[in-house]
Design a protein around this ligand. Structure first.
Ligand SMILES: [Zn+2]
Length: 563
């Protein structure tokens, strides 16, 4: 070896040693764990070491020992499970967080109990000009139609308005209807329905889809600081459930401003891609505004790089767009918010401008025209690395199932919905009939084609907690149903598949798979510790598992009491 080369070699070695001392000493080592890394080989390891917010080691315990320095914090996991942090690919965090301080009607089972909650809330907030809340379940009221008279009983001195759990229906009292000017002569607005008494034609108090805006436009909006603190509360809640990254599913300017406020203050403890709200009534003329927002709301953890389109409504109220008529609504096949050609043109334009398109599609017709729109965009613009996705996917016509893989469109399911809950049992199976009902949430069939699945909660529509949803994907039974037949058992998927949907695939959906979503050297230390190994418990017991520690870029954003 020449002197020159020798010198170079010595220099190289000393550089390595220096970095071993400076960079390779871990700030934190998690050891003696069951670490499911979610790398390409789905490897298991025992230890993870973190330095400066990044994973510097994932492997056997022995290899981690040499990374410990005098100030390294060491956590003995005692066999607990470590996973990459969860990615929720469809969630409304700010709405959920603001809603946490309003009247909460979630999981309240009877009309009497709903009214009792409202009365209690109204009494506790005597100076609020409106009594507002959310979370009532459609099956609690006959036909999913609560009455204004019922709400008048609970709140007679002020206007009151309660949004349904799914966010597609509203319930107003007489004072609120009067303020909104809704009478028996008010026509249904485009894309909405005012439920009416069959005889008198008087409004019942229930408003569907865009008809809600007649009332909600009269409610004094939350202030920017209420929105930001609502979002902060929601992010803390999300962290406590192991969520480190989201796609905000319908970002209005209020929502963007709340994210921006937290992000610029270094307080946004979640990675977020915002899907910018679009208006089906406006056409391409809104695209310039979307481009402006995308540029403006590009922060440290926030990127506004997606656009949200509602293709249809929901099956329970007959507003989802079906290929064949509902069995309980005459000839109605529900409604598309966009004529197919307009949707194709809009998606093509958004795709050309580099947006990721996030479509809400529930009925088989809405799903078909959404896939058609993606096909049209690819034909016009060529195929790019867009990672477009369609969320909800309640009823898919079998012929359309292979098209997710063919078009490279990600199937964004809400796995918690994939069992025969009262929404399905009482309000969906009848209107669809048995043949079509076989194709409700056909998750396994979509995966079998080789398509990619992502997963989300749609909170506050349903629980933010990924763990019960993971169980439902695996069992196709309710999260607390220990036994009984699985609902469409052919559509069960493996635990490994649903965990991928909630981690690496969610990261991929947000174009962040090189940064997060698996436990691999070089990636951000976005990881969680669970109190038990999900692979070692009975599938119907998965829901009992709890997150005990959440790290976002190596920083503890949640630790369960006692851990
Ligand atoms: Zn949603």
């Amino acid at each position: 070896m020449s002197a020159l080369l020798r010198t170079a070699a010595v220099l190289a070695i000393s550089t390595v040693l220096a970095s071993a001392q400076n960079g390779r000493t871990a700030d934190l080592i998690l050891r003696h764990g069951a670490v499911y890394t979610m790398d390409a080989a789905r490897s298991w390891v025992q230890s993870v070491a973190v330095s400066n917010g990044r994973i510097i080691y994932a492997g056997p315990d022995a290899g981690a020992a040499g990374l410990a320095g005098p100030s390294t914090k060491i956590i003995n996991l005692g066999g607990r499970m470590v996973l990459p942090g969860f990615h929720d690919s469809h969630v409304h965090l700010m709405e959920g967080g603001v809603g946490m301080s309003l009247c909460n009607l979630k999981d309240v089972a009877t009309p009497q109990e709903v009214l009792a909650e409202i009365r209690k809330y109204a009494a506790a907030h005597p100076s609020q000009p409106w009594v507002t809340g959310a979370g009532w379940d459609l099956p609690v009221f006959p036909g999913g139609i609560p009455r204004k008279e019922q709400l008048d009983e609970a709140v007679s001195d002020r206007p009151a308005y309660m949004e349904s759990a799914d966010g597609h229906s509203g319930w107003a009292n007489s004072k609120a209807l009067a303020l909104a000017g809704i009478t028996k002569d008010t026509p249904d607005p485009a894309g909405g329905r005012i439920e009416r008494d069959p005889d008198s034609k008087q409004p019942t108090g229930t408003l569907r889809e865009s008809a809600r805006e007649l009332v909600t436009s009269k409610i004094p909006p939350a202030t920017a600081s209420e929105n930001a603190s609502g979002l902060k509360r929601a992010v803390e809640f999300a962290n406590s459930l192991g969520i480190v990254s989201v796609q905000e599913a319908d970002a209005s300017d209020e929502i963007l401003n709340a994210y921006w406020a937290l992000d610029t203050q270094g307080q946004l403890a979640v990675k977020a891609v915002a899907a910018l709200r679009t208006d089906p009534r406006k056409g391409d003329d809104q695209v310039a505004g979307l481009i402006e927002r995308r540029a403006k709301f590009s922060g440290k953890r926030l990127r506004a790089t997606a656009a949200k389109i509602f293709a249809d409504g929901v099956i329970e109220t007959g507003t989802a767009a079906l290929l064949e008529p509902y069995l309980n609504r005459g000839d109605s096949r529900g409604e598309l918010n966009f004529e197919p050609e307009r949707l194709a043109n809009f998606v093509t334009r958004l795709d050309r401008e580099g947006f990721q398109v996030h479509i809400h599609a529930i009925g088989d017709r809405a799903i078909r025209v959404s896939l058609d729109a993606h096909a049209a965009a690819q034909k016009a613009n060529g195929r790019r690395d867009a990672r477009h996705h369609i969320a909800h996917l309640e009823l898919i016509e079998p012929e359309d199932i292979p098209r997710f893989r063919d078009l490279g469109v990600i199937a964004n399911f809400q796995p918690l919905w994939a069992f025969a809950d009262p929404y399905v049992r009482d309000l969906t199976l009848g209107p669809l009939g048995p043949q079509r009902s076989r194709w409700i949430y056909p998750i396994a069939s979509v995966l079998k084609t080789g398509a990619m699945m992502a997963a989300g909660s749609d909170w506050p529509v349903t629980s933010l907690n990924p763990i019960p949803a993971i169980q439902v994907a695996v069992t196709r039974r309710g999260p607390t149903e220990l036994e009984g037949p699985a609902w469409i058992p052919d559509e069960k998927i493996d635990l490994a598949e649903v965990l991928a949907a909630y981690t690496i695939n969610g990261a991929y959906l947000n174009h962040e798979e090189k940064e997060t979503g698996s436990i691999e050297t070089g990636k951000a230390a976005d990881l969680i510790v669970l109190d038990r190994d999900l692979f070692k418990v009975l599938p119907e017991k998965i829901h009992e598992a709890k997150v005990v520690l959440t790290l976002l870029e190596g920083k503890e954003v949640f630790r369960a009491p006692g851990f």
